[in-house]
Design a protein around this ligand. Structure first.
Ligand SMILES: O=c1ccn([C@@H]2O[C@H](COP(=O)(O)O)[C@@H](O)[C@H]2O)c(=O)[nH]1
Length: 281
């Protein structure tokens, strides 16, 4: 197991800068409004602007892989440049790839994003557990080996997620509840071994989910990792929703369009407004 604990690094950044992650989501409309071309060069410039303006403001940056993949090989090369430049500039990078597959293929995804020296090496990635939490084991193992973190989808910010994630098995446990329990067990094991006070497995819980955790019998304050909370800004959640859903839990709010929409030159101020809104009371 690695000496480095990526979640502890992030927790320190959250304490210093506030609990905000800004998404690097180069939507075509944003490229246009920023005066950038819809090309790999445009994606790279978009990323460079985020990296420069959010330095010392955002605890983490979250490149959204989808907006790079849509440009093919050149887009992936731009993603590589953005991830690498962001990490070199000292940012904590959570690559939002939402990978999840059978174990043997999962090992390939893990190698792509979590292996030190890999072209797309990130500090953390998002994963989907819907082929079974156990299928994520190769990624969990590699993350633990190299001090990386994972953010696993539990209660997503989109309303459609409830049809899967709120479903209950015959013993009454919800799908989301089973994912929370599995993540907690991995974290507890790691924390018992390394004495850290935050585990490497985080969970994605949208700030838009309202009373769902309570309705499903989940006390988020008990979770021993960090919650990544999308849904703030463009999807309608704000500070009140973050406090209501997460209370005293460790929560990193994720905002993409809400900050990016402010445009170049204004990203830091927009991000600071979100930090002020979501900071724990
Ligand atoms: O449950 C989820 C998981 C991930 N996302 C991603 O976060 C951003 C949100 O963008 P906004 O512009 O702030 O709405 C985007 O990349 C999603 O793919 C999510 O929204 N919900």
């Amino acid at each position: 197991m690695s000496e480095v604990n990526s979640s502890a690094v992030l927790a320190r950044r959250m304490a210093d800068l506030g609990p905000l992650c800004v998404g690097i989501d180069p939507h075509p409309a944003l490229l246009d409004s920023w005066g950038l071309p819809a090309s790999a060069a445009g994606l790279e410039r978009f990323g460079e602007i985020c990296i420069a303006e959010l330095d010392g403001v955002a605890a983490a940056l979250k490149p959204q892989v989808a907006f790079f993949e849509s440009y093919g090989a050149a887009g992936i090369a731009a993603l590589e440049t953005v991830i690498t430049s962001a990490r070199e500039a000292g940012h904590y990078v959570i690559t939002d790839a939402k990978r999840g597959d059978i174990g043997s293929t999962m090992a390939g995804y893990a190698d792509a994003y979590l292996r030190p020296g890999a072209p797309l090496e990130s500090d953390a990635i998002t994963l989907s557990p819907y082929l079974g939490f156990g299928a994520l084991e190769p990624a969990i193992d590699l993350a633990l080996e190299h001090g990386k973190a994972l953010y696993i989808l539990a209660l997503t910010s989109n309303p459609e997620g409830a049809s899967v994630q709120h479903a209950r098995s015959t013993d009454g446990q919800s799908v989301a509840g089973a994912i929370v329990a599995s993540a907690e067990a991995v974290n507890a094991d790691v924390m018992a071994r390394d004495g850290s006070d935050v585990g490497p497995i985080g969970l994605v819980v949208g700030a838009t989910v309202g009373s769902a955790p309570r309705d499903l019998g989940l006390d988020l304050a008990d979770f021993n990792g960090i919650f990544l909370a999308p849904g703030v800004g463009a999807q309608g959640a704000g500070g009140a929703e973050c406090h209501d859903v997460f209370g005293a839990a460790k929560m990193l709010a994720s905002v993409s369009r809400g900050v990016l929409g402010a445009g170049p030159g204004n990203l830091a101020d927009a991000a600071r407004r979100f930090v002020a809104e979501i900071a724990p009371a």
